[in-house]
Design a protein around this ligand. Sequence first.
Ligand code: NAG
Ligand code: NAG
Ligand code: NAG
Length: 235
Amino acid sequence: MIKPLLLSLLVTAVIAVPQSGNCRCRPEDSCWPSQKEWSALNNTIHGNLVAVRPVASVCHQAEYDAKACSTITGLWSDSAWRSSQPGAAQWENWEAWPERNQSCYVGSPQNAVCGQGRISLYSVKAHSASDIQQAVRFASAHNLRLVIKNTGHDFLGRSTAPESLQILTHGMTDVQIVDDFVPKRSVKSEGPAVTIAAGVQLPQMYAAVAKHNRTVIGGSSHTVGIRHILQITHG
Ligand SMILES: *[C@@H]1O[C@H](CO)[C@@H](O)[C@H](O)[C@H]1NC(C)=O
Ligand SMILES: *[C@@H]1O[C@H](CO)[C@@H](O)[C@H](O)[C@H]1NC(C)=O
Ligand SMILES: *[C@@H]1O[C@H](CO)[C@@H](O)[C@H](O)[C@H]1NC(C)=O
């Protein structure tokens, strides 16, 4: 089982774009983007758009692949691996869509249908602020449901949603350490600080600051993606 997690800094959220009562565009609707439009989005983000299937799809029906299924089975309870996958949530219950009887588990029979469930249909594997801007603009222009997955460490399952476009920030791992942090519009130094990109997880940050003999007081769960500019102390 996935270990109970000790810290719940919620780092993911559904972006709500109010549409005065209108529902989001769904795949069967005429407003749903054409292949050409998805390709155009893909071009603006350097080919980092992926069509997502639940991670366990390789264990079922036409998508069955014995080797891949065996790998997935071994990784199924690995929360760090789950945090990196567009087609997995941190807790498997959020992958299923019970109202539609859609789920996709490694343990179910090979001939069971692998339902998409609440797994996003597309993912923008973001590497820059510009990738994120393109995804948000695309979602806004087409009235798509948009979710952000940083690590998926969200007890309420908000890093995934049915028929959505996902922004996966896992690949954004920049860490910058300064000895003398002066906030914008201030002249006063706040001392040493670290600025981290949207996909940095706690262990990565601890290791990065430790190289500079510094310590950040954060949490202990290895899948938590942390945000904010943090003040750090000498180690
Ligand atoms: C996006 O482009 C890349 C590179 O050309 C391609 O490998 C990938 O399949 C494309 N994604 C989609 C959803 O078509
Ligand atoms: C739900 O899906 C399962 C597995 O595909 C199937 O056996 C079952 O009959 C379905 N139930 C309903 C109510 O559709
Ligand atoms: C960190 O501390 C160790 C032990 O005092 C020292 O050898 C090393 O040079 C320090 N590294 C930095 C980056 O300050």
